[in-house]
Design a protein around this ligand. Sequence first.
Ligand SMILES: *Cc1c(COP(=O)(O)O)cnc(C)c1O
Length: 440
Amino acid sequence: MNKEQTRDGMRAMYASMGISKTIYEYGERTLDALRGRFAQIDERAEYNQLKVIRAMQECHVSEACLLGTTGYGYNDLGRETLEAVYAAVFQTEDALVRPQITCGTHALALALMSNLRPGDELLSPVGKPYDTLEEVIGIRESKGSLKEYGISYRQVDLKEDGSFDWEGIRAAVGPRTKLATIQRSKGYQTRPTLSVAQIGELIAFLKRLKPDIICMVDNCYGEFTETTEPTQVGADMCVGSLIKNPGGGLAPIGGYIAGKKECVENAAYRLTSPGLGKEVGASLTALPSFYQGLFLSPTVTAGALKGAIFAANLYEKLGFHVVPEGSAERHDIIQAVEFGTPEGLIAFCEGIQYAAPVDSFVTPEPWDMPGYDSQVIMAAGAFVSGSSIELSADGPLKPPYAVYFQGGLTWQHAKFGILKSLQRCVDKGVIEEERLKSLL
Ligand SMILES: *Cc1c(COP(=O)(O)O)cnc(C)c1O
């Protein structure tokens, strides 16, 4: 087949999947301008792929490592080797990587609760942490919060322009400040995501003020978006979820803490029991997916990054406010698009759902989700329930009617999902097809 025939075949394929010729062409036009940036993302993925393979080779990953244990899980070769691999990738002294860590929030709570003692103070120098941490810390009352255990909390907000409030931070660090929690990703806020270099600057500043302060980074959504991780610029711990980037879409559960030996040991004693620590915790059947997921993670993350950039540019050209903007440097995989109307937000989510490999035939609807003050709509047709490294989108039904979306196990799926979202917006009259044509 020559190039033109291939293109015709592709158009026909997309048409058979419900994508109009106009939308396909608009997508191709948008992509033409992104080739250079995509090449840069592929280069980062290549570097990170090698980093993971090198770690696996250095740690002597063998077929026996994939077997797993039951019961107490003493001398679990696969678990111990995997933790060594994570420590090598993150360049840390040790790591805790377990299916017994149920999610990202659990991993973060574990790292905090095990490294803080009554009377200590926790500091967030980067503003409000991720929603679910509010109850962990006790900003919102909850059973078992750090607050209940006599651990206080102090927060220094970022400045209006997203930069660090150096003076505010200097004033907030006191004799009781034991640990600083630094969230890399913006999560579902509008502040910019922090680069690894910025995190390094912040940590250096904190350590100058107080050399023994423990610096923990909430690394969720940030892994492998750059070629270095925060533990390489001074973080004592990086913490994250395996159903996001580092699980590569294959891990069905799990979280990790990579960091200083003492920090990781504290966490292990808290996860299992004082005296037992890392020595127990059967890996059951999780290991093959943890290894293979980590192996795939650099390229999966690259696909998700391309999807985020593609969507930002596709919608930005149509006049929508997108965060980050189309040309922005990326440090996480989340993309927000503000629709300004509930119809736009809903149509976008419907399109993402209709593009899914699983549950493509269902239509997502807004619902009253516990803990939210407005209805929320979510689209997810994932192999792993709730996985947000798979293509997924959600947003609260309130102004500015922003959709937050992320993931895509392959760039090709992310692309299809985004085109499908745009098609749905056109079909629902949220965007006029004539506008697209005028941009061709
Ligand atoms: C997802 C996320 C969390 C919490 O992880 P869960 O697995 O949803 O519990 C914490 N912090 C950030 C920045 C996140 O993106």
